[in-house]
Write a protein that binds this ligand. Sequence first.
Ligand SMILES: O=C(O)CCC(=O)C(=O)O
Ligand SMILES: [Fe+2]
Length: 253
Amino acid sequence: MDPLRHSSVLAGFVAPSEIIDQLAQHGIALFHGIGDAASLIDLAQTLGVVLPHPDSDVNGVTLISERRESAGALGAGFTRASLSPHTDRADKTVPPPVLVNLCLVQAGSGGESTFVDGVAVHRFLVDHAPEALRALIHPKAVAYGKTHVYTGPVFEPIDGGRRLRLRIWPRSAGRYSREAEEALDELQCVIAAQTVAVRLEAGQGYVIDNTRWLHGRLAYAGERVMLRIAVDPHRGVLRKAGILDTRQGVSWR
Ligand SMILES: O=C(O)CCC(=O)C(=O)O
Ligand SMILES: [Fe+2]
C-alpha cells in the first residue's frame, strides 16, 4: 500500500475535539493546541484511563528528553539518537492500547516523528512476502523482555483474522526463531518503505492506536522535549475508534 494513502491524515493537525473521529478513520490523529502537561492529562482522560509507566511521574506523564548519551541494549530511548518505528511496551502481555504524545520543545534540527501503519505493512507482506509473514505470525516467532518475557507472534491476527495486533521492537531487543530472523530483513525493508516523517512543533502531538501504528523519531541535535501518556481507552472510544479491546484480549467487533 502506498504510504501516501495516509498523507492527508498525517499532513493535517486537528483540534483535540476531533481526535476520536480521526482515530476512528485512521487509528492515528495528529493534533495541535495543547500547551502543557495538565492539558495533555485532560485530553488523555477524555480518551480513557491513564496507565502508569515505569518512567512516568505520578500522573502517568513520561518526559522524553536526552537523559543519557548512548543507546543501551533496548535502543535509543532517552537519547538524541533515532528511534526506529516500534510498538511501546511490546514485551507486555497487554501493551498500552493508546499513546498520547505531545511536543513541548522541538529540536533545532532533526527530531521528526515517524509513523508506520501496521495494516499497510501486513497487507504488503500478504501480497509480496507470504513466507516471511508466516514466520512472523508463528506463536514462537519472538521473545521480548528480560524478567517477564513475552513469547509470541510479531503480527498477531485476532478476531478471526480481521484485525491485527503488532509487537515490533528494535531488532536487537528480541530473540527470534530462525524463520522469523530470516524474515526480519524483509520486514525492515517494508517498514522503511512505509515510514512517514512528520515534524511536530511545540503544542502539536499525536494519538495512536499502539496495536496498529508504529511510531519512532529521527535523530536530533539540541534540546527536545516530548511528553507521553499511555491510555487504556474508555469503551465508547474503543468502539468508535475501532481500537482493540485489550481487556478481553479481543476486539469489540
Ligand atoms: O521521542 C519521541 O518522539 C518518541 C520517543 C518514543 O517513542 C519512546 O521513547 O518510546
Ligand atoms: Fe515509543
